[in-house]
Design a protein around this ligand. Structure first.
Ligand code: GP9
Ligand code: MN
Length: 717
């Protein structure tokens, strides 16, 4: 005891005590108040370790101060601020399932709006833990158990303490990056950064990013928009009169096929079709199917695909636009345009946590009315894989919300089971026999794709049986590759290529993803037009009867006579209807003939060489235009006529069920939801799924009471 007393009465000893109590409180918050999705023992270790480094670094600042009293005061202030940050995050998390960012803290009004009225209801019984340390420390001082150490500190000791913190931090970072590569580069999710590196690092990282963004933005002026507008005017392709307005007033259902590549369509393994349902849809006379459609994502993967489809602008050259700029940027996105022009209600269904890819924030800026994230689905032990709910469960549990949406609706379903590492429990496989290459990732990819296909068949059956189908345009697209270039040589024999001959051209062919527009009465067929994700928004708006002319979108309507068929990859490579142009490691163009896959010698074809240079200039210019618009947040300077800028404050995804019911009740007989049109009776009974997790129990499909109950208990616990 005496030893402890002596230790704590040294300045370093006191600092150790503070590091310890802050660590303890943080760990309690991690395990009791936050849900960080810690999966394996290593992640637990990283989590337990991560609060230490930054607290050591911060508290060591006080050690540089020679005067004892001031040094103790500074240490105390840092401790109070750290404790406040922790508890602030605990409260904020309870309300928003998210962490305090630089902007939330800086915009004090927002925070108080967020926490203000409800702050007291957010306090829970065990919260005394977050404050009891102050009483204990005060008592220790008052009883003279701890005394002030008035001896001056050696600078070297202070430096050593800081260095220790820096060393611990580098260690933490190395292990974190090895468990989750590109953690900071791609910034998938705020929760990931907290899980791996702690709250302090998250806040520091977020602050640096915000200040950098703000700097670029502050340099921008309204006249920067002039160039953009004239570019967009030249880029515009007017709608094809045969298709314009063909889907006017119809529901638009977007189905995001996770990691789904075009080569799976019509493919067979051991004589068995991999995706029989999607094949039937692909070949349906009411489906317009594109077979030269490419994904165009960068590091933001799913979020880049979403960004292109919603905004008609590219993602960023590095990282994800959703996480880097999505919190503050001004968007003129599909949900707002459709909502304002044609009265659409918009919703996203996705069985992962809402903060992944910063969706819970970005969707508000895009004007999405509803976001049903994993909170709105029933979670049981076997309902989720790494990236969220299994597709059969997510889709079947969505319809109890879907049927309540006012029509027409613009509803996006983001599937996730066909995601790397493509591991599907055996019980979810209906006996599909995977290929037997030496690469299990390649083999498993076919199994999860097959599962996704089955899930969609169930969903479509419901759409047909409920009548929603008759009144909807259904759009399906693959967001990006599932098998990366490094896996492709093992895939080669399955797509009829010798692994030894597999080259960059073959890799580029693998970037083709499905794009299908299905609607009863639509003149379909296989359309060979070259295009990509950037072209989807103008195509859909024109089908919905909205001219894209005044919006700042960089793609062109795939159905327009004036469509520009140069497909732009985010790394400046590109594909034209005849050539694929990829850069070699020195940045020189390698040009392949699409028909044969052979390499063209440009020196023997000066005319083509010139054309390639011209195309490249166009590609670079377009990407640069997109980056300028996004980085400088230029859309804040331009409001299309008749468009009202989206105010994210009007959106909130906390009480979706109450919102649905309130809207229905207040509209009364005017309610256009499927439920209301069905004489206020649910249609969920029409949903049939063989998902083994449900064990034949329909409760989760038919009733939302369990979700309401969870929410209630959350609020009162
Ligand atoms: C997670 C999911 C996956 O919510 O959308 O994103 P990805 O890893 O494909 O970018
Ligand atoms: Mn994806």
């Amino acid at each position: 005891m005496n030893k402890l007393k002596i230790f704590l009465s040294k300045r370093l000893g006191f600092m150790t005590l503070l590091v310890f109590t802050l660590w303890l409180k943080t760990i309690i918050a991690y395990y009791v108040d936050f849900s960080l999705g810690v999966a394996d023992p290593l992640q637990h270790m990283i989590l337990i370790f991560n609060p230490i480094a930054t607290t050591v670094i911060l508290l060591s600042i006080a050690l540089y101060i020679t005067r004892a009293k001031i040094s103790y005061i500074v240490m105390g202030v840092i401790y109070v601020l750290e404790s406040a940050l922790l508890y602030g995050n605990v409260l904020y998390y309870r309300e928003f399932s998210d962490f305090l960012s630089f902007n939330t803290i800086a915009g004090a009004s927002k925070v108080s709006k967020g926490l203000g009225s409800s702050a007291s209801s957010l306090v829970q019984a065990h919260d005394f833990i977050y404050g009891i340390d102050f009483i204990i420390i005060a008592v220790l001082f008052l009883t003279h158990f701890i005394k002030l150490d008035s001896r001056p500190m050696r600078k070297l000791t202070a430096i050593a303490a800081t260095m220790l913190g820096v060393f611990l931090f580098s260690f933490n970072l190395t292990i974190a990056e090895s468990n989750r590569p590109q953690l900071l580069g791609r910034t998938f999710d705020r929760a990931y950064i907290v899980k791996y590196l702690g709250l302090n690092t998250f806040l520091a990282y977020d602050s640096i990013k915000t200040v950098q963004n703000n700097q670029v933005r502050s340099e921008a002026v309204g006249t920067d928009m002039d160039d953009v507008l004239s570019y967009v005017e030249n880029n515009y392709a007017k709608p094809n009169p045969n298709y314009f307005g063909k889907a006017k007033g119809k529901n638009i259902i977007i189905i995001h096929l996770e990691s789904f590549q075009q080569f799976l369509i019509n493919d067979k393994v051991n004589g068995q079709e991999v995706t029989p349902f999607l094949n039937s849809l692909y070949n349906d006379k009411n489906t317009m199917s594109f077979d030269n459609f490419y994904h165009e994502v960068g590091q933001g993967k799913t979020s880049d695909a979403e960004n292109m489809l919603e905004t008609g602008l590219f993602g960023l050259p590095e990282g994800s636009l959703f996480t880097k700029l999505g919190s503050d940027n001004t968007f003129q996105a599909a949900p707002a345009i459709l909502g304002q022009k044609e009265g659409y209600t918009s919703a996203v269904f996705h069985g992962n946590v809402g903060s992944f890819w910063n969706r819970n924030v970005v969707y508000k800026n895009m004007g999405y009315n509803y976001f049903f994230d994993s909170n709105y689905f029933n979670k049981t032990n076997d309902s989720s894989l790494e990236y969220g709910m299994k597709d059969k469960l997510m889709l079947s549990e969505s319809v109890k919300y879907l049927e309540q949406l006012q029509q027409p609706f613009y509803a996006k379903f983001i599937t996730v089971t066909n995601h790397y590492p493509f591991q599907l429990p055996d019980e979810d496989n209906d006996g599909f026999a995977a290929p037997t290459t030496n690469n299990s990732v390649v083999n498993n990819y076919f199994v999860t794709a097959h599962y996704l296909d089955n899930s969609l068949k169930e969903f479509f059956n419901y759409l047909k049986d409920s009548g929603i189908y008759d009144n909807s345009m259904i759009v399906l697209y693959g967001d990006h590759y599932g098998l990366s270039n490094s896996q492709n040589p093992d895939l080669a024999p399955l797509v009829g290529v010798d692994s030894n001959n597999w080259d960059d051209f073959n890799n580029s062919q693998m970037q083709k993803v499905p794009f299908m527009i299905h609607m009863k009465g639509l003149k379909g067929g296989i359309n060979h037009t070259y295009g990509g994700e950037i072209d989807v928004l103008p195509t859909l708006l024109h089908l919905a009867g909205i001219d894209s002319k005044q919006y700042v979108q960089l793609g062109t309507d795939l159905l327009s006579q004036k469509h520009n068929p140069i497909v732009i990859f985010r790394n400046k490579n590109f594909v034209t209807p005849h050539y694929t142009v990829l850069k070699d490691s020195d940045g020189n163009p390698e040009v392949y003939r699409n028909k044969t896959g052979e390499l063209v010698n440009l020196d023997e074809d000066p005319v083509l060489k010139q054309k390639v240079a011209k195309w490249q200039k166009y590609v670079n210019e377009k990407l640069k235009m997109s980056d300028t618009i996004n980085n400088k947040n230029l859309l804040r300077f331009y409001t299309p006529t008749g468009f009202t800028p989206v105010d994210p404050k009007n959106y909130d995804y906390q009480n979706e069920i109450q919102k649905l019911v309130q809207t229905r009740d207040s509209l009364g007989l005017k309610s256009t939801s499927v439920y209301s049109q069905n004489n206020n009776k649910p249609t969920t009974g029409l949903y049939n799924t063989d998902a083994p997790e449900l064990n034949g129990d329909r409760t989760f499909i038919d009733s939302w009471s369990s979700i309401l109950k969870n929410k209630d208990t959350d609020e009162t616990k």
